[in-house]
Design a protein around this ligand. Sequence first.
Ligand SMILES: Cc1cc2nc3c(=O)[nH]c(=O)nc-3n(C[C@H](O)[C@H](O)[C@H](O)COP(=O)(O)OP(=O)(O)OC[C@H]3O[C@@H](n4cnc5c(N)ncnc54)[C@H](O)[C@@H]3O)c2cc1C
Length: 477
Amino acid sequence: MSKVIKVKEADAELRSRSFEEVVLGYTEEEALAEAGRCLQCKNPICSSGCPVGVDIKKFIYYITQKDYAAAYQTIREKNNFPAICGRVCPAEYQCRNACVFTKKGSPFASEKAINIHYLERFVADACMKQGTAVTASRPELSGFKVAVVGAGPAGMCCAGELARWGVKVVIFEGLHDTGGVLRYGIPPFRLPREVLDFEINELKKLDVEIIPNFIVGRTRSVKELFAEGFHAVFLGLGAGIPSFLNIPGENLGGVYSANEFLTRVNLMKAYEFPKCHTPVEVGRHVVVIGGGNTAMDAARVALRLQKMSGLEPDTTILYRRTEMEMPARRLEIEHAREEGVKFELLVNPKAFFGDKKGRVTKVRCARCELGAPDVSGRRRPVELAGSEFEMECDVAVEAIGLKANEILTKVTPEIKVDKWGDVVVDSQTMETSLKNVFAGGDIVGGEGTVIEAMGMAKRAARAIIDRLLMERKEERK
Ligand SMILES: Cc1cc2nc3c(=O)[nH]c(=O)nc-3n(C[C@H](O)[C@H](O)[C@H](O)COP(=O)(O)OP(=O)(O)OC[C@H]3O[C@@H](n4cnc5c(N)ncnc54)[C@H](O)[C@@H]3O)c2cc1C
C-alpha cells in the first residue's frame, strides 16, 4: 500500500509566537497522492462516519481526476462549510474512523485511514481561491420569511439551506459579529478568519440578511417575530454559558472562564492591545483547567500571549483524568504539547489564593487516581488522601464545560426545555413544542461538534421547507 501523505505544519516554535495557521494543508501533488490511496470501495462505509453524509468516495474520485469543481459540488451537496469542516472536524472519531483502513471498533482512526478532512480542505481552499461557490437558488419559496436566531454554524447552515429555496432569511445575532464559536471560541491559528468570512459572504450572496447586536428574548420576543410576518423561527442559540468549579477563590482577579478569555482574545483581539481595547494580562504562570478542545485552545492562546509579550512561557493544563479520557481532539493535544504547553494529569483544583490586591497567585490541587466509571462512562477521578500541593498562577482559565444560554427560553415558556435548559425537539423534524419554532446545534443536547450542529440545522431546514411547500400548495388551491 502506498505511503500516507502527512500534512505539513508550521514549525512549533515559530507558530507559537503568532496567531498564523498551524496546519498548512496539502499541495495539489500531495492531495493527488493521498486521494490515490483511496481504495474506492465497492460498498464504502466512510460516509456513515460523517454526520451529514458527504459522498466521500465520489469527491475523492473527482480529486483523482483533477476535477476539483465537481469534487467541491459533491461535498457542498451535503456540507455547507467544507473549508471550515476540513479544518475543525474531529475526523479521527468521524469519517476517518469509518474508513476501511481503520479496524472496526477502534476508538480513533488508524494512521493509515485516508486523510479525508485534509482532502476536503484542499478542494474547498482551491475553490475558495477561485471564488467558486454554490449560489444557485430555486425560487419556489420566495415570499416566505424565516427568522434564524444565532449566527453560529447551526444558524448559518439553516439559513443557507432555506435561502437556496428562495426563502427570505434574517439572522438575528446577539454579538456584534457572526460565526458563533467559530469566531469567538476557535482561535485563528486553527480557523483563519478569511475562511470564515468567505462562508459568511456566500450566505450574503444568497440574500441572507444578518442583524447583529440583536438578542431575541430581549430586543424582540419570538412572538413578536411571528407578528412581524416571519413564517417560522430557527433557534441556533448554542451553549454559551460557562460552568464553574465552584471552589474558593474563584472570584479573584485573573480567574477567567474560557469563554471570557477566548472571547477577549479571538473576538476582541486582546493580542493587539493597546490597538484594541480589551486587554488580557497573562502573567508569568497560567493554569488552564479542563481536557476538551476549549481547554487546548485556551492554553495555546495563553502560551502565545506569553511568548508574544516576551515572557518565559509557562502554561499548564490541569486535568483530573488521564490523556485517554480527554475529550479534546488528539491533534490539538499533540499540537499543544509540541508548542510547549505542560500537562498535569490526574490533578483536581481545590482552591485559588490571591494577594492583597485580590489577584490570584496560586492554586491548590489534589492528585487523583481513576476509580469506577461514572455516568459518562469515563472512569471517575478519586482524590488521593494527603496528596495536596500548590502551584503558582497569575492567570487561571476554567474550561470545564458550557451550558445553554436561557435568555430566550426563560421568556418563552411554551418552548419545552430539559433539566439542563437544552431545548427539547422532535428528533426527525427538530421542531420544538412551540409550533413553527425549530432548533438545532448545541442548544439541543448540549456541547457537540460543528458538523453535528450543521446536521441538525439541515434536518430542521428540510422540515421547514416541507412545511412551507405545503403552505404554497394550499395558497395555490
Ligand atoms: C473553544 C471551543 C473550541 C471548539 N473546537 C471545536 C472543534 O475543533 N471542532 C468541532 O467540531 N467543534 C468544536 N467546538 C464545538 C463547536 O464549536 C460547537 O459545537 C458549535 O459551534 C455549535 O454551533 P451552534 O451554532 O449550535 O452554536 P454557537 O457556535 O455557540 O453559536 C450560537 C450563536 O447564537 C448566538 N445567540 C445565542 N443566544 C442568542 C439570542 N437569544 N439572540 C441572538 N443570538 C443569540 C450566540 O451569540 C452565538 O453567536 C468547540 C467549542 C469551543 C467552545
